[in-house]
Design a protein around this ligand. Structure first.
Ligand SMILES: [Mg+2]
Length: 161
């Protein structure tokens, strides 16, 4: 439990993830979580995030959204703005969504990073797939009950490490 939950790297926000660090880990593909990683609960997409994705593409990374949301209009709006492909209803941490992403985006797990704000979906899922896992702090603290119950447990582990 302990190790599979543990992210390889941690940053305060997606726009602070270092491309140099990704290069060091031989990463060429980036899977991004949507809710609370790219956008807040009002669906705001910060200019810093847009710039970061733009720079990632310019630096040679392939960038994708891998989201558990079932709201296609929400994910497609962000993907259109960022000009990147997406997969939704992914059911992270289950392997199926990751396997679909690998096939659809044609990425190699060992050269792929999953960046997200949840240990129990993004990080566990990536770790199980042999991907690099990056935890970023959630954009907004106000959350739905089905996410918020996990936060104290996440906080316990994150503090311990
Ligand atoms: Mg999220």
């Amino acid at each position: 439990m302990n190790n599979i939950l543990r992210p390889h790297l941690r940053f305060t926000a997606v726009e602070n993830v270092s491309f140099e660090e990704l290069h060091k880990h031989k990463i060429n593909s980036i899977l991004l979580d949507l809710d609370n990683t790219l956008i807040d609960y009002q669906r705001n997409l910060k200019p810093e995030v847009i710039d970061w994705v733009e720079n990632a593409k310019k630096s040679g990374f392939e960038v994708y959204i891998l989201s558990n949301t079932n709201k296609i209009e929400k994910v497609s709006a962000v993907a259109d703005k960022l000009q990147i492909p997406y997969l939704y209803s992914a059911r992270k941490p289950m392997k199926k969504g990751f396997l679909q992403a690998i096939e659809k985006f044609n990425v190699v797990p060992e050269e792929t990073v999953m960046i997200g704000d949840q240990l129990f979906t993004d990080v566990i899922g990536a770790n199980r797939m042999g991907m690099l896992s990056i935890y970023v702090e959630p954009i907004s603290k106000k959350e739905h009950w089905y996410t918020s119950w996990k936060r104290p447990i996440e906080a316990y582990f994150l503090k311990k490490w």
